[in-house]
Ligand binder design. Structure first.
Ligand code: NA7
Length: 541
């Protein structure tokens, strides 16, 4: 094919969220021509799309930001412990302006396809406006949770009211005043939205399939003294986060829940409950490896639900029975308290499944619920979903979907690359620590590794970098072995793909610890990118 009329750059990056913005900044600072394509009309990624009421991050704001620039850290001031969506979006807009990133971002543009051209040894990228672009490097920064799951329920198209998915919330304000609202789904999104909507709507019906373990977030405004001290400790915080197991600056707890007496364990759980946030999940190291320890945590939360919810029958329905933490633990603000309101009704759809959506509401097998608005808080096709939405084709015309058999046999090297797809990098891709680490820190580590790698390739006149199959086989095996030693694999969650009808079950998050993972990535780089074939065009032709 001829490349004469096609725009050509060193790198194409997908997505203008935390990952895409920093990737652009890194590549540009190293002198690589780079363009970012973003489907939305602004930066923010997941924080651009998730505008539903109550949307907040579940990582504390002072940790949920970039650490690559001390000046940036000092300039930006978070207002509260758990940042709301609006504030994170403001932060990312500030970053885009501060580092003049917008000039290399093309908004309102989707990448439909990216095919590796084996004659040119470049990626040919098709955009939704019909344009094409050639790039030596193709880098995805599309997040792990960006492909919305809207369950196929009969009749949705005939519903006369409005319906929304939490991950594609409209930009204009949705007014719930005087409205009968139905919400399907009680994951993080549903649990954040429910208390906020209940305060405004005339009536809220919650369609729950699985109750959740949720802990009070105990969000609060930050005071100036605390912020000042945090900023002063920036270097220490940065090192602590980057060298930690989870991308946060907390020391790892090495104690088993079964080593403590019943009384002490209750005190430990009670303290964590009072403290709020993710403190609960770090009370003991074996909550997700030892079923007995897990049950202690589960039972503690169930006892709290029964204390908070006044109606014992409703409390019972809200008590989860699956293993604690095998679905992501949720943080809430007054979630269980909301079920004490008179305008809130809980419908257990395991007991009474949804049959269809009608013109006027939702019909379960035994009752019709009249609704003006339906909200799908039904989550995402995680990890592979965002990648499979794009026709990514590597060597010999094999697509990523073909190679990974729709998710049944995902194999990557370090969660960054995959054999047969030369010069393709996936920021926080499958089999990297990604969502079980503080995301901005995981992203920074990937972005810096990729930028250094591309720089190395340029310095050594290498045109094509390709993963060796044996390297990815070993990495995937290592990932699976660690995951299989935990309780995570037993859960029906987006972690395992069990939330999507027909999706093959696989656990695609690296659980060996962010610190070990970073060390391993650095070793690969130091050993001249072991596990990769590095080729010069002369030697290919
Ligand atoms: P989640 O955590 O995947 O939650 C989705 C919820 O929707 C969950 O309660 C599901 O029940 C429920 N769901 C999904 N499909 C259906 C159908 N067909 N009928 C009834 N209920 C359904 O997504 P979120 O957006 O809340 O959170 C995603 C992540 O974002 C979160 O973990 C944080 O990391 C941030 P199920 O449990 O599958 O029975």
């Amino acid at each position: 094919m001829s490349s004469q009329t096609i725009k050509e750059v060193d790198a194409v990056v997908l997505g203008a969220g935390f990952a895409g913005l920093y990737m652009l900044h890194q590549l540009r600072s190293k002198g690589f021509s780079t363009v970012v394509y973003e489907a939305g009309d602004g930066v923010g990624g997941v924080w651009y799309w998730n505008r539903y009421p109550g949307a907040r991050c579940d990582i504390e704001s002072i940790y949920y930001n970039y650490t690559f620039s001390k000046e940036l850290y000092e300039e930006w001031t978070w207002t509260s412990r758990f940042p709301e969506q609006k504030e994170i979006l403001q932060y990312l807009n500030y970053v885009a302006d501060r580092f003049q990133l917008r000039e290399d971002i093309q908004f309102n543009t989707r990448v439909n396809a990216a095919h590796f051209d084996e004659e040119l040894n470049k990626w040919l990228i098709d955009l939704n406006d019909g344009q094409q672009v050639l790039a030596k490097y193709f880098i995805t920064g599309i997040g792990c949770l960006s492909a919305a799951n809207i369950p196929k329920i009969e009749g949705l198209q005939q519903f006369n009211g409005k319906w929304y998915h939490t991950g594609h919330w409209p930009h204009e304000q949705v007014d719930f005043t005087g409205k009968r609202v139905g919400i399907i789904g009680t994951g993080s999104s549903g649990i954040q939205a429910i208390p906020v909507i209940a305060k405004v709507a005339k009536h809220l019906t919650v369609f729950q399939r699985t109750p959740q373990y949720t802990i009070p977030a105990r969000n609060h405004p930050y005071d100036d003294g605390f912020i000042k001290e945090t900023k002063q400790n920036f270097e220490m915080l940065k090192q602590a986060m980057r060298n930690s197991v989870s991308g946060t600056p907390f020391a790892q707890n090495h104690q088993s829940a079964m080593e403590d007496s019943d009384v002490t364990r209750q005190e430990v759980f009670e303290n964590a409950w009072t403290q709020g946030g993710f403190a609960f999940s770090t009370t003991y190291h074996d909550l997700l490896t030892n079923e007995q320890s897990n049950e202690q945590a589960a039972e503690f939360i169930r006892s709290k639900i029964k204390q908070i919810v006044k109606n014992p029958a409703i409390a019972e329905k809200l008590c989860p029975t699956y293993m604690y933490g095998t679905k992501r633990q949720v943080l809430d603000s007054d979630y269980f308290e909301t079920y004490n309101r008179e305008n809130v009704l809980l419908v257990d759809v395991k007991e009474s499944p949804i049959k269809k959506i009608t013109e006027t509401g939702i019909q379960t097998i035994d009752k019709h619920f009249d609704l003006d608005i339906i909200i799908f808080a039904t989550g995402y096709d995680g990890m592979t979903g965002p990648l499979f939405k794009i026709d990514i084709q590597g060597k010999d015309g094999v697509t990523l979907k073909d190679k990974w058999e729709d998710g049944a046999s995902v194999q990557t090297y370090l969660g960054l690359t995959t054999a047969g797809f030369p010069n393709l990098f996936m920021i926080t891709g499958p089999e990297s620590p990604s969502v079980l680490v503080n995301m901005p820190i995981a992203i920074e580590q990937h972005v810096e590794w990729i930028a250094q790698c591309i720089d190395y390739l340029r310095k050594h006149d290498i045109d094509v970098m390709e993963t060796k199959i044996e390297a990815e086989e070993a990495w995937s095996k290592h990932c699976r072995e660690i995951a299989n030693g935990t309780l995570y694999v037993k859960g029906d969650s987006w972690y395992t793909g069990a939330n999507i009808a027909g999706k093959p079950r696989s656990f695609l998050i690296y659980l060996g610890g962010f610190d070990y993972y970073t060390k391993r990535c650095n070793e690969v780089a130091q050993n001249n990118y072991e596990g990769f074939k590095l080729m010069k065009l002369k030697s290919i032709s």
